[in-house]
Design a protein around this ligand. Structure first.
Ligand code: NCD
Length: 324
């Protein structure tokens, strides 16, 4: 049984070439949808690869893209979904039930579970207690491994990572320490990067954020990491970046007294990026990414979000493959 609670789990997926195969399948599904699912409509789609399978979505934190794209993915593959979008209020968590007990119980009702958790580490706790595969849809400021696959998918579409001639330069701008999407993507990307810049506006850093930024990459060779809390150098960094990955201030994870100095990725800064580069954001966005940037040809965040459906269809197929 294969859980997916961290991008580190990818190394334990049995066959080599897992990401390559996943992305080829997701790209096929993306094309197939463009053709109207083979013009038969999704309901008549003959490839109901997950027919008879049941997914539970068990979400302790708000979500739009992760929950709905997983639910859509399962439905498009012919499977079924039950779940709760507010487990903190509407499940027995309200009566003091632990994550472990919750997953021990509900894993008896389904073939696979996608969970979103309020605290780092809870996805692993859930997986340890579960009788079926658990996918981490985000655990506090920990990880968000499926979002990282979705991010890597669009980067691969643009830069063909398998045939990459030179490693990438990537700039993360925003709440890097508290953003689980950054944590997972930075790890996953380290294989393909030569330089990662972390630009973390004042007020979003934490006591141990510098430690995190450096230690995150220690085990990956060949990637240089530069971290700064001053966004003064932003223009210089974006001018040499293949990918700029922006995140909102994760105010729900800050302590109430934190004063965040806002940073805005303006259309003028976006124009300074190389022509073939990408502007990504896991969404939702706030003031850090104004709507005027949407017109920039490098802006790819809505396509990035839409790709979530295809990557998650392919992932559900992979995790449920061969399981009775
Ligand atoms: C992100 C998350 O939940 O971590 N959203 C997502 O799943 N695409 C980003 C965020 O909340 O800022």
């Amino acid at each position: 049984m294969q859980h997916f609670t961290s991008v580190d789990d990818l190394s334990s997926f049995k066959e080599p070439g897992f990401i390559d195969r996943l992305f080829r399948r997701a790209a096929h599904l993306k094309d197939f949808r463009k053709s109207g699912w083979g013009r038969t409509g999704w309901n008549a789609w003959p490839q109901k690869t997950l027919e008879g399978r049941l997914l539970i979505t068990d979400f302790y934190e708000p979500s739009t893209r992760t929950r709905l794209s997983f639910e859509a993915a399962m439905n498009y593959c012919g499977g079924r979904v039950i779940g709760t979008e507010n487990a903190a209020e509407f499940s027995s968590a309200k009566k003091g039930e632990s994550i472990a007990d919750n997953f021990r119980v509900i894993s008896g009702y389904a073939d696979i579970i996608v969970g979103r958790f309020r605290h780092e580490g809870e996805a692993k706790m859930a997986a340890e207690a579960s009788l079926v595969p658990v996918i981490n849809g985000g655990d506090g400021k920990g990880e968000h491994p499926t979002q990282a696959l979705i991010d890597l998918f669009i980067i691969n579409e643009r830069f063909d990572l398998m045939g990459l001639r030179r490693p990438l330069v990537v700039t993360f701008i925003g709440d890097n320490y508290h953003s689980r999407t950054v944590h997972s993507l930075a790890k996953l990307l380290s294989m393909y990067t030569k330089h990662i810049f972390y630009l973390t506006p004042m007020g979003m850093q934490d006591d141990d954020s510098r430690f995190w930024e450096v230690s995150q990459h220690k085990k990956y060779a060949n990637t240089e990491v530069e971290a700064t809390h001053f966004v003064r150098s932003v223009e210089k960094n974006v001018m040499e970046s293949d990918v700029v990955y922006i995140t909102r201030a994760q105010t729900e994870r800050h302590d109430a007294t934190t004063r965040v100095l806002p940073f805005v990725f303006s259309p003028e800064i976006a124009d300074k990026m190389p022509e073939r580069s990408l502007i990504l954001h896991p969404l939702p966005r706030n003031a850090e990414l104004p709507e005027e940037v949407d017109k920039n040809p490098r802006a790819a965040y809505f396509e990035q979000a839409h790709n979530g459906l295809f990557v998650r269809m392919a992932l559900l197929e992979e995790l449920l493959k061969g399981m009775t």
